[in-house]
Design a protein around this ligand. Sequence first.
Ligand SMILES: *Cc1c(COP(=O)(O)O)cnc(C)c1O
Length: 445
Amino acid sequence: MDLSPIPDPTLAELIALRPHLSRDALAGLMLDDVPLGAIADAVGTPVWVYAADTMRARYRALAGALKNLARVHYAVKANDHLAVLALFAAEGAGADVVSLGELRRVRRAGIDTRDVVFSGVGKTPDELRAALAEGVGQINVESAEELEMIAALARAMGKRAPVALRVNPDIDAGTHPKITTGRRENKFGIPAAAIPALYAHASQLAGIETLGLAVHIGSQITSAQPFRAAFAEIAALVGALRAAGQVVRRVDCGGGLGIAYRHEAALSPEAFAGALRASLDGLDLELIVEPGRWLVGPAGVLLASVVLVKHAAPYPFVVLDAAMNDLLRPALYDAWHGIVPLADAARAAAPHAIVGPVCESSDAFAAARTLPPLAPGGRVAILDVGAYGAVMSSTYNARPLAAEVMVAGGGFTVIRPRQEIADLWRGETVPEFIANRPACGGAVI
Ligand SMILES: *Cc1c(COP(=O)(O)O)cnc(C)c1O
């Protein structure tokens, strides 16, 4: 949020803190050594650009810190592009999905369904039947009601559903209220106090195979402390369940690892591994983790062009050709994203309001951002949009979905072309009772 008294990082600091970004005197801002201006020239703007090598390096750093401790299941909802999923599949990742669409995406990208966890508070009977038929490795149960539903569906199919009960540990993850999930008042999971009885009941159900417990307390968590508190509570529950004679093989520790958007200290893989180790190592458990944002967030930028600069007080409005329909996070979560001009600018910097063209006042990327003067046609990169970026896009204001590009090995590939205008109404029909009405004034268009 822009309310903090701490000054924003400078453009140089934003770049220096991100090893995948660099500035070349001639080529301008580069992502994994590929000039972003060349991509904007070739593909136009707005365009999402993802750095494959950075995603891979981040996966390896996290999987390396968790070696012999926990297996990584990528949380698909952060960025579900097939190329991203295929990249993690090639690294040996499993996946965490929250819908049938995501399940089909990960299968298409080559992830084995046995390595898929199906999460979510409202999995429908159709989705659950498909998950069972396709052999999903684990279904996380979010309520007693859902447990009964899964048990009945599995029994009718002659199967046993492999489940973990998702615990709501009532822990404040210290993150934005819209992305905290582990408080009692959140809709997620089962209160810890209700777990022992429900676990015992689940283990008696013919359609259920109880694997263990799951927990996920929220997103963009930048301190190890809430993780330590949650994992300690889970470890205590595992002990209580085992003391009561239950078999607990697996704990799914969720995701939520935070990244540095502005001044936050990103959670390091080592600090997260330390939090896991403190409570859950040595308990003869299979541990899995479900990070999304941490793996892909820093590896993506959104390139936009300046449409015009509208002079206004207190700050001029810089109107971009990217908008909240492309990147929703500032409007939805007051998210702060670095904004860096592609071209080097020697001239003095002053505050600007950076906005999109959509007909909503919340279509603003920054209220007062200190940037060098921007002119129509100038280009900027909005940073750290690899997670919860393109996946949250809509076509609001009949704006086509932006193109997506992946850079690797010094070059780039378009991995989804910009949506065509005519695709905006593909599948829509005008019913006969409207189409047959004589048009006012007889005009037919
Ligand atoms: C969203 C989500 C994740 C991933 O969260 P990140 O903050 O992107 O790491 C993991 N598990 C569950 C159940 C989720 O809902």
